[in-house]
Design a protein around this ligand. Sequence first.
Ligand SMILES: [Zn+2]
Length: 412
Amino acid sequence: MRSLFVVLTMLTALLAPPFGAAAQPSPQPGSPPAVAVEARVEADADRARLIFTLSKAVEARWMVLENPDRIVVDLPTINFQLPPDVGRRTAGLVRGFRYGLFAPGRSRIVIDLVQPALPVRIGSESIGGVVAAEFVLELRRTDRAAFTRAAAAAREPVPSASTALFSGRTTTPRAGDDRPVVVIDPGHGGIDAGATGIGNVLEKDVVFAFSQLLRTKLERSGKVRVAMTRDTDVFIALDERVRLARQANAALFVSIHADSLANGADVRGLTVYTGSDMASDAESARLAEAENRADQLAGVEQPANREDIADILDDLTKRETRTYSTLFARTLVAQMGATGKLNKNPHRSAGFRVLRAPDVPSALVELGYLSSRSDSEMMQTAEWRERSTDLIAASILDFLEPQIAQRAARGR
Ligand SMILES: [Zn+2]
């Protein structure tokens, strides 16, 4: 059993106050990121220790979030090489934990708590040998009032991590290039893995591979420009995805996801969702709620009373956008019908946060169910990816045909 002395000899300088926006750990440029090869939780009734075995020591900052109770730890980039289910076991105060890239140069660990607890030790210590360092976060049980005070001290703005990625791509509008812009939004990413399927397949990986192929096919057509909200395994906040679509003056925004149902091993097929204030059915409401939790899972607070962009545009624009979104959904359903792989109710609507651009036609495609063995296996085959991206690309070009034709006519 690991002695308490290890913890006591750790760096304590970093235990100081929860970080603010300006106090992020700085990545060391040029040096390769630390690799995490093992993680474990040691816990008793009042304390819990989260221990990551690393290739080198790293600096860390922490903050506290309430509703639900979480401890967020920010670190420089860490290459997490851990078993996919490592954070899913409850131990004492710790309900579970997630980890991943939060923004370029910045990794994050989010710990879900069973009850209020605060860090009493945090830091990494070089231990030599094959594994070079251990990062340790020790938590001790506290009361609600102390936890609430710590949470109030941490207020962090939502990072706009993806702006650089977006503008740095080949998708930057070239002068004189007036082809319509399609924004493809691979769901989740980084610390937010999305749903987990059979065999521990992660939604963020399935939808990213799919989105990249879809992008290639659309670009190959030469008829549209394509932008991705993320082109690596990084977390992007939901509102940031919407902002990118609007900033790109997108003609269409398509968010790609893969759902999972706790009790739905036999539910399968593709579903396309459009945004609405009222969900079309209870199942869609559940899904929208689950997808809207992405920011919270990544430890990003949504401001309670933010000005809603939907309120500053007139109703006519919003209605028109919704009509176009519905038209795209129908086009997609008609195309995908050929595969026989549609959900039995393939077009639904609900209040997805990511579909709230008031002036960009938007749809969210759930490719299938990772909780269904047949869907999950199918979604990992190259044949399915080829065929489905062909059909979705065709639907997108079909939907944008009037704009493509108009532009061709202008060019003559
Ligand atoms: Zn999703």
